[in-house]
Design a protein around this ligand. Structure first.
Ligand code: COA
Length: 311
């Protein structure tokens, strides 16, 4: 038995903020944002909705879609850089709110790569037979660390949560290959300074283009697969130009890349499972489809995996 995804869920805040709304608040334009990033609008959570509330909603959805109960969970992992508070962890808050058993629960700080880190951590416990069901949530309320005076970062991010339940799946399905990595020397290019996100956009861009492409190619090779075997690429939704570069490096056609950046912006750790959740909801992903997921983020961190869909 190998670890695969049993169910996926999401929560997106109701409030839509378009590029045109941002034009009214800062010196930017819809044209600049769209052509440089691919973003048209993003969701911003209201004051009352905190990270833990979004995580709870997405987790409930994923547990329902996995066809299990919260009491069936053996571990809870929450990837976030915007927790309600440094501790207790979001994972412990979720354990209580979900009514899960007194199971292992911890947060993961790997920024936008957080959900890939979470899924690969979950896989180790499932493959070894120690745990059966692991909940992995990617959640961010980035709006609370966004400097709305800084147009170079404010236009990029959005709030959202998405979750997956992992568990044992039948032979040949589930996560086939993976890669995780970090390079702390690049941490200075994307970090939180006091209350706000700070970023050297050009350096992050260069790193992302190189690393996303390389990692995607690595995991496909590790799995012994060819580019023709890939049905879908789900890259971290940070910038359409970075996403396109990784697609081109993999050498797969445009229709095989799943995109939701236009409607959510960069939602950090939730972006990959959120794009997956939409694709599953739309019926795009079928049994036995071969999916490549690849992410990068602050740290700097990166991670990629190949997965054959189905239970
Ligand atoms: N609206 C209008 N103009 C803007 C702007 C905005 N929101 N933000 C920056 N500009 C201006 C700059 O001031 C600069 O003006 P100048 O030439 O007069 O100095 C010009 O646009 C070009 O800026 P530059 O930073 O070179 O643009 P870019 O093509 O590198 O695009 C990013 C900027 C941020 C979109 C791009 O670097 C990027 O996506 N980087 C990766 C960021 C990322 O993914 N972060 C999250 C990682 S998880």
């Amino acid at each position: 038995m190998s670890a695969g995804i049993l169910g996926v869920g999401k929560f997106i805040p109701e409030r839509v903020v378009t590029n045109f709304d941002l034009e009214k608040k800062m010196d930017t334009s819809d044209e600049w944002i769209r052509t440089r990033t691919g973003i048209q609008e993003r969701r911003i959570a209201d004051e009352k909705t905190n990270t833990s509330d979004m995580a709870f909603a997405a987790a409930k959805d994923a547990i329902k879609n996995a066809g299990i109960r919260a009491t069936d969970l053996d571990m809870i992992l929450v990837a976030t850089v915007t927790p309600d508070q440094p501790f207790p962890s979001m994972a412990c808050m979720l354990q209580d709110r979900l009514g899960a058993g007194h199971v292992a629960a911890m947060d993961i700080s790997a920024a936008c790569s957080g959900c890939i880190y979470g899924m690969i951590t979950a896989k180790q416990f499932i493959d070894s037979g120690v745990y059966k069901h692991v909940l992995v949530v990617g959640v961010e309320k980035l709006s609370k660390i966004t400097n709305w005076e800084d147009r170079t970062t404010a236009v990029l991010f959005g709030d959202a949560a998405a979750a997956v339940v992992l568990g044992p799946v039948s032979e040949g399905r589930g996560i086939i290959s993976w890669e995780l990595g970090s390079d702390g020397s690049g941490g200075k290019n994307l970090y939180q300074d006091g209350p706000f996100i700070k970023m050297n956009g050009r350096e992050v861009f260069k790193f992302a283009v190189r690393q996303m492409g390389e990692s995607a190619v690595h995991v496909v090779e590790k799995a012994g697969l060819k580019k023709e075997d890939i049905d879908f690429l789900i890259p971290h939704q940070a910038n359409i130009r970075i996403m396109e570069a990784s697609r081109e490096r993999l050498g797969i056609p445009e229709e095989k890349m799943i995109k939701s950046i236009h409607k959510y912006g960069n939602t950090s750790s939730s972006s990959i499972p959120l794009a997956l959740a939409d694709a599953v909801e739309e019926g795009r992903i079928k049994e036995d489809d071969l999916i490549v997921m690849v992410g990068f983020g602050g740290g700097l961190t990166w991670g990629a995996l190949t997965l054959r869909w189905g239970r």
